[in-house]
Design a binder for this molecule. Structure first.
Ligand SMILES: [Ca+2]
Length: 647
């Protein structure tokens, strides 16, 4: 174990550790409250800044207003331009550039999710004794069972994995998407009604018995715009999608009222912290949603895309009727809530969010506040004090939906706004304040350099929509003799009886096993070369690297030839190795096999698209599993973990 990394590399790891140390929150606060508060965190999907009563909405939101007025309105609350990145930041306290989720959303066919090495907010809260539930939209990955909410810290799950589901049929793109505890659920009804009912039942189950974290990310008011007819009566003066949206918002506000009423009825009002925000700005502002006077809307880095309606309310702890104008980022909730509840704040990964409790309760300024609003390969924004830098460039090829499409044209634009004087971003001051603009751009570039490569990919041509999203078979291998015949390299089960260890390498070196899903027969494509570089990075260290592909032996030969790497390659031509490592073989994969002539290839491409990685120490014990290794940065992360675990 100790000789696993060379001296040079140990120094690199030490450097990494010190950098991490710098970022970690220190001095955890003692819990100041006799009882840990329940946390009810409600999220609206695609709600416009101007579409709440306290911002002058023409659509009444009486229940949200009542709750907002009873606490602090967070008037400079920042999120990401679209759904999944905001949720990733909330769940981890880390910017989506750390997850590779900084571009787009986790699409139904995505073969990735919130990386498994991340500690989630509910996982953190559980260390403080909380019961945890998600009632609503997950949107952080469903391609493998380990990415589902009940594996990410939630005791209970109810709702859907994808965005933009049908409110009535609960179908997205032809696949069914309604689940309870991560199993298909056939509850019928309008989704907003179902979510309210479930949230109320969670309150009734736990109130007064155990502190709970109830996370309610509504699919409302996201498109498709659907609502029961009775909600439209007050909005006959509105037209088109706006009218439907108004009805949907009314239904969501009513659901909020039901959840609050359940808390009141339980006698837990004084002991419940309510949080609310939209996950991004309103889309189609001026047509469907209203972002008030804020510039632009969803998908942009202007205020209309990323500054959203939000509040925090807790009777007796947050002043009633207060307003917080300090910039707060959704990632701040993670450290804030962990500290507030006395949860364990120590973790391996450095946080971006900060504890902002004193600003919310006492209006204290946040010293040296800097918010990375986002950094994609081509665009993003940074806020420092009242200055906001907005970078807008043509989308790079990798950011585009279609990787084969020609790169977008256009010049990169740098804008600088003084939000104190110009909250609507009308006056670009970059030219007259070039010192500020240049400094901020340099800082933003630093973030951009730190970013994990974006994970978003176009829809694979061979992708077949499953009947039920996220419905995975996770078989344990049932015939060891057959496995040994198929893959003699793995000769024995480990102590858990679940994983296989190598007979060939035991006692010699630490082994990194990683699955690479790329097709290597097409030469040095961007993806193939990314895997090569990742493998090369791993191979630099004193570890044995074993690459496993589900593809054919020919693919392995192509990989070896193409990359000239000196590490072991195994073809997993019948999926047994993948299966032995607990990589889910989906029911859909098997269906595909049955239909397609070239069945080996198709099955195993699907299986190994899971990109799992395992680290096995010289004693044959698996000391780490589950990091995705698709690029050099990922490989570095793995080695950092190996170094940490070996201490
Ligand atoms: Ca959204």
């Amino acid at each position: 174990m100790m000789n696993m990394l060379s001296r040079t590399n140990s120094a690199l790891v030490l450097l990494l550790l010190f950098t991490v140390w710098d970022w970690l929150p220190i001095n955890p606060l003692p819990i100041a409250f006799a009882q840990k508060p329940n946390i009810v965190y409600m999220v609206a999907d695609d709600l416009g800044w101007g579409d709440v009563g306290w911002h002058g909405s023409e659509i009444p939101t009486p229940n949200l207003d009542k709750l907002a007025n009873a606490g602090a309105k967070l008037e400079a609350f920042y999120v990401q331009p679209v759904c999944s990145p905001t949720r990733a930041a909330l769940m981890t306290g880390r910017y989506p550039i750390r997850h590779g989720l900084q571009v787009g959303v986790v699409r139904p066919w995505a073969q990735y999710g919130l990386p498994l090495q991340e500690q989630t907010l509910p996982e953190g809260l559980k260390t403080a004794g909380y019961a945890t539930a998600i009632v609503g939209k997950w949107h952080l990955g469903h391609f493998a069972a380990d990415y589902l909410p009940t594996r990410r810290g939630f005791d209970h799950q109810y709702g859907h994995y994808n965005g933009a589901i049908d409110y009535n049929t609960h179908i997205r793109d032809g696949g069914f998407d309604w689940h309870r505890d991560d199993r298909p659920c056939n509850d019928e009804g309008y989704s907003t009604h179902l979510l309210a009912k479930e949230a109320v039942s969670i309150v009734e189950r736990y109130a007064g018995k155990k502190p709970f974290f109830l996370y309610v990310p509504f699919n409302a008011v996201h498109s498709p715009h659907q609502v029961p007819q009775e909600y439209l009566a007050p909005f006959q003066h509105l037209e088109g999608q706006r009218k439907l949206y108004a009805g949907m918002l009314t239904a969501m506000d009513e659901a909020v009222g039901k959840i609050v009423a359940a808390i009141d009825a339980s006698g837990q009002r004084d002991n419940t912290l309510f949080l609310f925000n939209s996950d991004n700005g309103g889309p189609n502002p001026g047509k469907v949603t209203s972002n008030g006077k804020l510039r632009a809307g969803k998908g942009t880095h202007y205020e209309g895309g990323v500054r959203v309606a939000a509040f925090a309310t807790w009777k007796g702890h947050i002043p009633e009727g207060s307003t917080v104008s300090e910039p707060i980022h959704v990632a701040d909730w993670y450290p804030t809530l962990l500290r507030l509840t006395g949860a364990n704040v120590d973790q391996r990964l450095p946080l971006d969010g900060r504890d902002v409790w004193d600003s919310i309760t006492d209006g204290k300024p946040i010293p040296d506040r800097e918010l990375l609003i986002n950094a994609t390969p081509s665009a993003g924004a940074l806020r420092q004090g009242n200055w906001k830098l907005v970078v807008t460039g043509p989308a790079t090829r990798e950011e585009q939906e279609d990787e084969e499409a020609p790169a977008a044209k256009g010049k990169m634009q740098i804008q600088l706004f003084d939000l104190a004087a110009d909250p609507y971003e009308e006056k670009n001051l970059a030219a007259q304040n070039s010192d500020v603009a240049n400094k901020m751009l340099a800082r933003w570039r630093e973030y951009q350099k730190e970013a994990v490569p974006i994970k978003i990919r176009p829809k694979p041509k061979a992708f077949v929509t499953p009947k039920i999203w996220g419905d995975h078979l996770t078989p344990t291998y049932s015939d060891p003799a057959a496995l040994q015949t198929a893959a003699p390299f793995f000769a024995a089960l480990d102590d858990s009886g679940k994983y296989w260890k190598s007979n060939e390498h035991v006692g010699k070196k630490t082994i990194v096993v990683y699955f690479y899903p790329a097709d290597m027969t097409g030469g040095c494509t961007k993806q193939a070369c990314s895997y090569r570089d990742a493998a090369a990075e791993l191979s630099k260290f004193n570890v044995e690297v074993i690459g496993i592909s589900g593809d054919s032996v020919e693919n392995h030969q192509a990989f070896k030839k193409l990359h000239g790497l000196n590490f072991t390659l195994l073809a997993d031509t019948d999926g047994k190795i993948a299966e032995s490592f607990g990589v889910p073989v989906t029911r859909e994969s098997k269906k595909v096999v049955a239909k397609v002539e070239d069945k080996e290839l198709t099955l195993l491409r699907d299986v190994t698209a899971k990109r799992w990685t395992f680290v096995i120490d010289p004693a044959g014990t698996i000391i780490y599993r589950n990091t995705e290794v698709t690029a050099v940065e990922d490989a570095k992360n793995v080695l950092e973990v190996v170094a940490t675990k070996s201490k």
